[in-house]
Design a protein around this ligand. Structure first.
Ligand SMILES: Nc1ncnc2c1ncn2[C@@H]1O[C@H](COP(=O)(O)OP(=O)(O)O)[C@@H](O)[C@H]1O
Ligand SMILES: [Mg+2]
Length: 446
């Protein structure tokens, strides 16, 4: 807005112009004409100035209004930041806290005056500091721009640690260089508890499924056995028939034994006997036995630098056989089974988001071009006794899952109905200590 003094100055300029016009009246004719022409020019200029001044005043009002709107906006954002339900931190690129909202202060239980200048790492539990620094480096280097639902435990100043979920993002300058970081985080204790509860319920469901399946199968076998014994008793005078019934009884007992053997795989007592061996050895043994059906083609690609496995050879062999049997059954009209494997070094493991300890692994992929698994059944195929086959036991994948877990690995599946299925086995690999160091040094010099 324009001040009164601007208008006063314009008024006094106008006054001086009228005074000059009066004086000009007393001048001789010639001079008076010249001066009057100059004076009318000046009064035109005065008029223009007045208009300009008014426009200027109008712009000034607009400027003041938009400045007030901006200030309102800033205040609104500040309030949003301040009263957001989740913790919000602004740090420099080294993770030093610059700003924190009320929720962050509540969650970290520290006075507002004390939080600025503290490294965020001072609130991370000791066991996870290394993981935090790794993530920070990735963000600093711009390797990742954002991380969502990254979970890490925080240690508030005055209370017990809690699991937190972070969404972190980088702030860049106009040249694209990282200048700071923003961290949004929340306490996920409740979510963790729910997950544990669900896991417990899942376990109970699996046990009840297992118990139900065993009861059903054993009941059938016992009924069968009873039938054969009753018939043998009935035909006690016909040794040939009795021998036949005894043979059948023996077969039932052998089946019961097989079932028990499968079940033993689930029992904790059956520890894996780990040793170091080459995957190629068991794969080629299995393929020698499997190549009986000319309708099915096998492709196998095992790189020469594949690390050896550190696991129970017999158990891993059984798992691979189970998966190949399923693959063959999924391709009644023939197809292709492909087996490949690759090393996954410790450093790369975190990209796979698997519930596995930090170490080197082998990822074995076994794919088929069979019927595939519908999405809604994918969750069930590892359940004991789940089968879609008339003659199936539903124990192949359940046993495989348990055996892989017992050997410190993990199994996942990907499938498209009508296209095929691929099973991934992650199994502990073995690498000599100095080999590991050499590799690290190589990385470093690169
Ligand atoms: N390669 C595959 N292609 C399609 N379906 C599969 C495949 N492997 C497993 N399945 C599904 O998973 C179920 C469970 O497999 P499994 O535990 O080996 O039991 P079973 O073979 O006795 O049915 C199978 O019945 C089938 O529906
Ligand atoms: Mg099977």
């Amino acid at each position: 807005m324009l001040s009164d003094s601007h208008y006063q100055k314009l008024d006094s300029a106008y006054q001086r112009l009228t005074d000059l016009a009066d004086k000009a009246k007393r001048l001789p004719e010639e001079a008076r004409k010249v001066v009057q022409a100059a004076l009318s020019e000046l009064s035109l200029i005065h008029l223009e100035m007045q208009t300009l001044l008014e426009e200027f005043s109008h712009h000034n009002d607009e400027l003041a209004a938009s400045r007030a709107a901006l200030e309102d906006e800033r205040r609104r954002y500040q309030e949003l930041f301040e009263f957001a339900p989740d913790g919000y931190l602004v740090t420099d690129k080294n993770g030093i806290i610059l700003e924190a909202n009320s929720a962050a202060i509540d969650l970290l239980q520290i006075d507002r005056q004390l939080i600025a200048g503290k490294p965020l790492s001072s609130f991370v539990v000791d066991e996870e500091k290394e993981a935090y620094h790794r993530k920070l480096k990735e963000l600093q280097k711009g390797k990742i721009k954002k991380t969502v639902d990254w979970q890490i435990s925080l240690k508030p100043w005055k209370s017990e640690p809690f699991p937190a979920s972070f969404t972190a993002g980088v702030v860049c300058n106009t040249e694209g260089k990282v200048t700071g970081l923003r961290w949004l985080f929340s306490d996920i204790s409740w979510r963790k508890k729910m997950e544990e509860e669900i896991l417990k319920t899942d376990k109970l469901e699996s046990i009840s499924l297992l118990a139900g399946g065993i009861a059903h199968d054993f009941n059938n076998l016992l009924a069968n056995l009873m039938g054969h014994i009753s018939l043998a008793r009935l035909w006690k005078d016909n040794p040939e028939k009795v021998a036949q019934k005894l043979d059948l009884s023996e077969k039932v007992i052998v089946r019961a034994k097989e079932l028990l053997q499968q079940l033993f795989q689930f029992s904790k007592k059956d520890y894996p006997h780990c040793k170091v061996f080459a995957l190629s050895k068991i794969i080629y043994n299995i393929l020698d036995l499997s190549c009986d059906n000319s309708q099915i083609k096998y492709f196998c690609n095992l790189p020469a630098d594949l690390l050896p496995l550190e696991a129970d050879e017999a158990q891993i062999s059984q798992v691979i056989q189970n998966i190949i049997i399923n693959a063959k059954q999924a391709m009644p009209d023939g197809g292709i089974i492909t087996i490949t494997a690759e090393n996954i070094f410790t450093e790369a493991m975190e990209n796979y988001f698997l519930p596995l300890a930090k170490r080197d692994y082998l990822r074995i992929s076994i794919s088929d071009t069979g019927i595939g698994i519908p999405e809604e059944l994918k969750m069930k195929i590892f359940d004991p006794f789940f089968t879609t086959k008339e003659e199936g036991t539903g124990l192949g994948l359940a046993t495989s899952y348990f055996l892989i877990k017992k050997n410190g690995g993990y199994i996942t599946v990907d499938s498209k109905p009508g296209v095929g299925t691929i099973f991934y086995l992650y199994l502990p690999a073995w690498r000599q200590k100095n080999e590991h160091i050499e590799k690290k040094e190589e990385d470093f010099t690169n």
